[in-house]
Design a protein around this ligand. Structure first.
Ligand code: NAD
Ligand code: MN
Length: 479
């Protein structure tokens, strides 16, 4: 006898999607010059949700001019405690409208409602609360007695955590006295546009936050704009490298949060049932569309078979399907382009001789889907051990000694995250000391907090976001 879950659909009635969205410039929604638009879809159904304005470089000019005027006439003159009040107000509105944001994020992105409801939206609000508290205490943050903002900040964000990445960018920028021009990713613009409405609701002075929608060409116009003082980017390493080249030799400051290929290291003395849960959240959280995902499992050789057996049993229980169902664990892949990238890399795993396993599962017929997948027998030379797949695909490697674990973990161009699973505190400290990774979790994975700095080494990027380090990145001289 099998016990099936009854459907538990979250209602979409709370969300009112307009037939068309303009650019949010100087506190108002305006059409793009020339009236160009593009559509955004629900990747779980392929239904068109709405159309949004496509900003060209002349729209970027307009947004930057609005941000500059707001900076020099209003925001830089306002007492810091007043700035903080706006941030508190925004944070409270995000909490009040949390369900609306969660449903809209799930519809536009494809991620499960359980995650938008319990993780994305609450964390976004907490970033505003955290930074609201800093606004009037910056002179006590250890960055000089009178720290100064950069001025106008250009921010470009990806599609994997749309509202959360917006909050990582906008909250510290405003708390430190900067004004912003932000571009969400082309497949997930809707929660950023709803956030623009929140700015209006909070009576934020016009021009302090400008949200413009478009693709890479719009992002590039922001990056190359001469009147922008700092760039904050999260996305692919390839685009990040291009941005670094574009701003070299200019006075622009930059933070870049790029890709990763996080090692999740399992020692023989790890508590295996808890570890398996950590492996699952490390790679299947958010469909694996996570820059700090634990996408490389390094298992001590003598427990490999036992770990894989438990892992397969646990993966077989993952529920894949309608992201609006409260029981869904694994939602839709964000776009057909991302699905094609996942397929291409996973197929290289087959061709290079790794062994693929997925549970028997039915995928919906409409939309973009990929089953939870693990590859065993992966070696360091395989592309799936080196390149970011950014999907629900885990590469499993083994090691014999702690030294070998470190060598393998550090042997990639990235250095963003890592996990360590062991019973011994001393082994955690020794391992963490030798890992080249910006964020290291011990006996847990994918935990985030606005007070904790986040960022990488090597090709994973420059600078830190969150905590005191993240504030410094928005203040002059602390880059
Ligand atoms: P991307 O880097 O192309 O897009 C990220 C953002 O940058 C989007 O808003 C996009 O419009 C903008 N952009 C694109 N080209 C630009 C340019 N030349 N100048 C300025 N902005 C530009 O990422 P993608 O194509 O959506 O995803 C490709 C791969 O990147 C993924 O498979 C994944 O490996 C990686 N990725 C990483 C992250 C992360 O959080 N680190 C996020 C998304 C994607
Ligand atoms: Mn979409």
């Amino acid at each position: 006898m099998t016990f099936e879950y009854a459907p538990a659909l979250e209602s979409t009635a709370v969300v009112k999607i307009k037939p068309e969205y303009g650019l949010f410039i100087n506190g108002k929604f305006v059409p793009a010059k020339g009236g160009k638009t593009f559509t955004t879809i629900n990747p779980a159904t392929e239904e068109t949700l709405t159309k949004v304005a496509f900003a060209s470089s002349s729209d970027v000019d307009k947004a930057v001019a609005a941000a500059r005027a707001a900076y020099s006439k209003v925001w830089s003159k306002m007492p810091a405690a007043e700035r903080g009040k706006y941030l508190f107000r925004i944070a409270r509105i995000l909490q009040e409208r949390a369900r609306e944001f969660a449903v809209l994020e799930t519809m536009d992105n494809g991620k499960p409602i359980r995650e938008t409801r319990d993780i994305d939206i609450p964390l976004a609000a907490s970033h505003f609360f955290y930074h609201a508290g800093w606004a009037d205490k910056l002179e006590h943050a250890g960055m000089g007695s009178s720290p100064k903002p950069h001025g106008v900040v250009g921010q470009v964000i990806p599609w994997n955590f749309p509202l959360l990445m917006l909050s990582w960018k906008i909250a510290p920028a405003l708390a430190t006295g900067n004004t912003v021009v932000l571009k969400p990713a082309e497949t997930t613009p809707l929660t950023a546009l709803l956030f623009a409405e929140v700015c209006q609701q909070a009576d934020l002075p016009p021009g302090v936050v400008n949200i413009i929608t478009g693709d890479g060409s719009t992002g590039s116009a922001i990056v190359n704009h001469p009147d922008i003082d700092k760039i904050a980017f999260t996305g692919s390493t390839a685009v990040g490298k291009g941005i670094a080249r574009a701003i070299a030799g200019t006075k622009k400051a930059a933070t870049l949060e790029l890709g990763g290929k996080g090692a999740n290291i399992i020692y023989e003395d790890a508590p295996l049932d808890e570890t398996v849960e950590g492996i699952i959240s490390g790679i299947f959280f958010n469909q694996g569309h996570v820059c700090c995902a634990g996408s490389r499992l390094l298992v001590q050789e003598n427990i490999h078979d036992e770990v894989i057996e438990k892992l397969k049993r646990r993966i077989s229980m993952i529920r894949i399907g309608n992201p609006l169902d409260k029981n869904t664990d694994l939602g839709a892949i964000n776009s057909s382009a991302q699905l094609a990238r996942i397929n291409e890399l996973a197929n290289s795993g087959d061709l290079e001789g790794a062994e693929r396993w997925s549970p028997a599962c039915e995928l919906p017929t409409k939309g973009f889907w990929y089953p939870p997948t693990i590859f065993t027998g992966v070696t360091q030379a395989h592309r799936i051990a080196q390149e970011e797949i950014f999907g629900p695909v885990l590469s499993v490697l083994t090691f014999r000694t702690p030294q070998e674990a470190i060598e393998k973990a550090n042997n990639t161009p990235f250095g963003l995250s890592a996990g360590i699973w062991t019973d011994k505190g001393s082994r955690i400290l020794w391992t963490a000391k030798h890992l080249k990774a910006g964020v290291i979790w011990a006996n847990t994975f994918n935990k985030f907090d606005p007070a904790s700095p986040f960022g990488g080494y090597k090709e994973s990027g420059w600078g830190r976001e969150g905590g005191r380090h993240g504030l410094a990145a928005y203040l002059k001289g602390n880059h």
